[in-house]
Every structure is written in structure tokens, then in C-alpha cells.
Design a protein around this ligand. Structure first.
Ligand code: BGP
Length: 466
């Protein structure tokens, strides 16, 4: 029989603290690695962002008007513990109490990301941050504090957002230095600590008798072979392993697969693993997965040569090619966004099936959306029909995945409101709600409902039948 969205399906939208809140130095907040990162003068900084910190009542009222069943947001670790550990900052605790209370009042389920890129800078200064084992207990203690403080109202928790990106982007680990190779090696050590930290936090979650579900938000998207040549097919499988599956295998099975062990060994990236680490991960796997999906990639084989030896990477931010493994090429079958992200709704269905076949966990889409140069017209109108068609096509594929047998808890579009994109500032917008600021001009920070807002309102009201 044909199944559709469950009546309790969680229709939602997402944001992350540093991309919307602003108020980076207000009310006792400590600095995060994002706050101290060398600024790209060409893009917006995060100090004001969408000024959500000073607009929560208004923003939550808009969420209610949109009809959201769930709102995904992240807690800024440094508002709660300005130094990452030690003393609690009550003003920060109160801010999220107000936000959560406002959501609950409007019957919007809060979905909390415990840590979304904005790692406390002080922990980097104290002991090097995630590259040190000390990081594990500080993360766990912070999460425990959140469970005890907000767990009476929050049922859904995301442990770490896009850990695979954090591992490969040195500034997000607070690493400085020029040696790309050494930074990657440290990245895999940090990765191991984050996996242990996730497992031990899930253990605490169970020990506290928390209701609800917990798991990571992973960036996981299909890598297609660029042709039917067996070398390209092999390249696509290897790319899936080193981009995505290695991490899922750790989170869900507590193991470094044999092929990934070999990959690490060949490059001298093998991290220090203590007795009991893998057992802990095996014993305390996630109980749900958050999935961030924007695009798919097509790859072909990229044999290592003298010019491009093993270890060589071509990258803009994340690797686009790795000698001996794969090279991303244009997929002629797909259109792309203005930033070259290839739009592949069917890839989302494949992604969800692949994840469920491998890991057997219920899932929620925690991010999916299109960044665009939205234009505010007279009369406060934003005609973002491209966003409507992007989201509509992807939601259709979620429905088909449900029909394939994949248990889906919900769908959060990225993003609820315009926010500061990590790489492209306010020039690249994602929201249902337009924020009236240009990159360097704060204007009046007015909230304006885009066409997609009214469209998504109908999608939610009809439980996905629009
Ligand atoms: C994900 C992040 C988000 C968001 C999104 C869009 O990687 O979890 O925080 O930024 O990507 O990316 P971008 O802002 O670079 O377009």
C-alpha cells in the first residue's frame, strides 16, 4: 500500500546559533573559534548576523504562523560556558529558556543541536581543543548540563553538526599552521575524540533516563560514478567511504572498516585509540540520525602519479580530488545552483535508502535547501520560485523514500530565516523569511515573508500534499 507522511511527521526549518543570533559579545558570551577566525573582508561577519538574539519573540511568532511542527536550532556552547568548561553563564542559560518556552507555547517541538561549528576558543587555548583527549569530558559535561536544564521540554537532540566538515576545516578545529597534511592528521585524531565524546554523551543521555532521541547531524550525500567504467565505479565507492561511511561506521558500529584503516595507514593518519573506545561506541550508538543534504557529486578515477602522489588533494574548501582515489567532475545530467551545487532530488532518495540499509536508524532531514541571490522587490515581495521548486522536488523524494520503507521522523528545510552563510555571507540566502540587511548594511533588519513562506505554509497544513 502507498504510504504518505505520518500524521505526526515533523515539518520544520533549521538555523544555527552563530549564523542567526549575532550579539557575539553580549550577556557574558565567550568567544568561539568562529568569532576569532580570520575574517574574509569580502563577506559579512557574524557579529550581528540576523540579530535573532534580539528578535526571538517576533521570530518564533513567524514560525508559528508558518505552522512549523519542529524548529531546529543550535545552542552556542560559549553562551552557557563562556570558557567551554567551568563557570556557567546564567544569562546565556536564560536566553535559551526563553526561546524554548516560546516554542513550546506555540506547540513547536524544539530540536536542539548541541554543537554546530562554534567551538569554545578557550578550550583551544587551554589544551588544543578537539585534538586533545581532554575535550571528551568537557563536551560530555556541557551536554549533560543541557539535558538537565532543558530536557523537560526538549526531546530531540543532535550531538555534533557535520563532524566530517569540522575534521577537514582546520579553522573550525581552532588549528593554525600551514602544513595541510599535518592538519589532516590532527583532524582524524580530533574525529576520533568527537566519536568517543558522542558515545559517552549518549551513555549519559540513557543514564539520566532522558526521553526522546539523540544522534549526530551528518552531511551525507550520494557520490555517483561519472561513467560505467569500473574504475569510476570503484572511485565512487572509495569516495563514499572516505567522505561519509567511515564516520557512520564509527558512530553506528564502533569500527574503523578495514578499507578505511588501510587508507589511514597509507597516509600516516591513524589516530591514537585507547582501550575501550570502540567498545563504548558499539555500546552507545545514536538512536536517530539527522541528515543534511544539498547536492550530489559525480566522480571519476584519479590515479596517483609522480606529479600527483598519494595524499595530494585539490580542494576549494573540502576536497574535490584526492590522488589515488577520486576527482569530482561536472554531472551533465543535473542543473546547479549559482554556487555550482548540483541539484539532485533523486540523490536524496538514494541517500536515505543507503543510510537506512547500512545503519537501520530512524532519520530526520536536518538541512535541505537552496542558497540564492534573493531580490527584495517593492511592496516587500521576494519571488523565490526557484526555492519552491527545489524544496518541492526534494520533499517528493522524501515521500518516495518513505514508500521504499525508510522511517522518516521529519524534514527541516535550511533555513527558517536568512542567515550568514559560512562562505558567502548574506549574499547567499536560504530562508523562508527575508532579513532586510545587505552584506555590510544593516538597514532595518525587517523580517519579510518570501513567496516560499506562503508555499511551505500550505505544505505543512496539508501534511505534504501540496
Ligand atoms: C552546512 C552547515 C550549515 C550551512 C549549510 C549551507 O554545511 O551545517 O551551517 O551553512 O551547510 O552552507 P553554505 O552556508 O556554505 O551555503
Amino acid at each position: 500500500a502507498y504510504t504518505s507522511f505520518d500524521p505526526g511527521f515533523l515539518w520544520g526549518a533549521a538555523t544555527a546559533s552563530f549564523q542567526v543570533e549575532g550579539a557575539v559579545k553580549e550577556d557574558g558570551k565567550g568567544l568561539s573559534v568562529i568569532d576569532v577566525m580570520p575574517k574574509n573582508p569580502a563577506i559579512t561577519d557574524f557579529s550581528v548576523a540576523a540579530d535573532h538574539y534580539h528578535h526571538i519573540e517576533e521570530d518564533v511568532a513567524l514560525m508559528a504562523e508558518l505552522g512549523l511542527k519542529v524548529y531546529r536550532f543550535s545552542i552556542a556552547w560559549t553562551r552557557i560556558f563562556p570558557k567551554g568548561n567551568g563557570e556557567v553563564n546564567q544569562a546565556g542559560v536564560d536566553f535559551y529558556n526563553r526561546l524554548i518556552d516560546a516554542l513550546v507555547k506555540h506547540q513547536i517541538e524544539p530540536l536542539v543541536t548541541i554543537y554546530h561549528f562554534d567551538y569554545p576558543q578557550s578550550l583551544v587555548e587551554q589544551y588544543g581543543g578537539w585534538i586533545s583527549r581532554e575535550s571528551i569530558e568537557d563536551y560530555r559535561a556541557y551536554a549533560e548540563f543541557l539535558f538537565k536544564t532543558y530536557g523537560d521540554r526538549v526531546k530531540y537532540w543532535l550531538t555534533i553538526n557535520e563532524q566530517d566538515h569540522v575534521v577537514r576545516i582546520p579553522s573550525r578545529l581552532g588549528l593554525t599552521g600551514e602544513d595541510h597534511y599535518e592538519q589532516l592528521r590532527l583532524g582524524y585524531q580530533a574525529n576520533h575524540h568527537m566519536c568517543v565524546a558522542t558515545a559517552i554523551t549518549i551513555k549519559t543521555f540513557h543514564e539520566l533516563g532522558m526521553e526522546g532521541k539523540i544522534g549526530p547531524a551528518v552531511s551525507y550525500s550520494m557520490v555517483h560514478p561519472a561513467s560505467s567504467h569500473p574504475d569510476d565505479i570503484l572511485a565512487s565507492k572509495d569516495a563514499m567511504l572516505i567522505k561519509h561511511n567511515y564516520l557512520m561506521d564509527l558512530h553506528c558500529h564502533g569500527e574503523y572498516s578495514y578499507s578505511f584503516q588501510r587508507y589511514l595507514e597509507e597516509r600516516n593518519f591513524t589516530p591514537a585509540i585507547e582501550d575501550g573506545d570502540l567498545e563504548l561506541m558499539k555500546k552507545y550508538p545514536p538512536t536517530m540520525l539527522g541528515v543534511n543534504y544539498y547536492f550530489s557529486e559525480a566522480v571519476r578515477a584519479f590515479p596517483a602519479t609522480e606529479e600527483f602522489p598519494i595524499g595530494y588533494q585539490k580542494k576549494s574548501l573540502l576536497p574535490e580530488a584526492e590522488a589515488g582515489v577520486f576527482e569530482v567532475v561536472k554531472n551533465e545530467n543535473l542543473a546547479a545552483t549559482d554556487w555550482g551545487w548540483e541539484i539532485d532530488p533523486v540523490g536524496l532518495r538514494l541517500t536515505l535508502r543507503e543510510l537506512y540499509d547500512r545503519y537501520k536508524l530512524p532519520m530526520i532531514i536536518t538541512e535541505n535547501g537552496i542558497g540564492a541571490y534573493d531580490k527584495l522587490e517593492d511592496e516587500d515581495i521576494v519571488r523565490d520560485d526557484y526555492r519552491i521548486s527545489y524544496l518541492r522536488e526534494h520533499i517528493k523524494q522524501v515521500k518516495l523514500a518513505i514508500n521504499d520503507g525508510v522511517p522518516m521522523l521529519g524534514y527541516c528545510a535550511w533555513s527558517f530565516m536568512d542567515l550568514v552563510s559560512g562562505r558567502n555571507g548574506m549574499e547567499k540566502r536560504y530562508g523562508f523569511v527575508y532579513i532586510n540587511r545587505e552584506d555590510f548594511d544593516f538597514k532595518d533588519m525587517r523580517r519579510i515573508k518570501k513567496d516560499s513562506f506562503y508555499w511551505y505554509q500550505k505544505v505543512i497544513a496539508s501534511n505534504g500534499e501540496d
